[in-house]
Design a protein around this ligand. Structure first.
Ligand code: SF4
Ligand code: SF4
Length: 77
């Protein structure tokens, strides 16, 4: 049976292989006006802590390694 909640269903997905939060980067956390992005204590990578998003995009645009993907809902495009 497929899992109901795949990571891709979250509006903002971080590619852990590209994220350099373990080297001190906090750009996406700092630029998000809703303060929904966090650095994981477990993996030391950025992730979306709360499923709220304005789709304002600075987290994706400002990430120095292009690790962030904002999945804009079809109706907002
Ligand atoms: S801006 Fe990019 S590299 Fe920096 S913590 Fe966020 S996802 Fe990771
Ligand atoms: S798109 Fe905007 S509101 Fe959504 S996570 Fe990125 S910075 Fe925060």
């Amino acid at each position: 049976m497929p899992l109901a909640e795949q990571p891709s269903t979250v509006p903002v997905v971080v590619d852990n292989d590209k994220c350099i939060a373990d080297k001190g980067c906090r750009v996406c956390v700092d630029v998000c006006p809703l303060d929904v992005l966090r650095i994981s204590d477990m993996s030391n990578k950025a992730y979306m802590a709360y499923d709220e998003c304005w789709y304002c995009m600075p987290c994706e645009v400002d990430c120095p390694t292009q690790a962030v993907t904002v999945n804009i809902p079809y109706l907002l495009k």
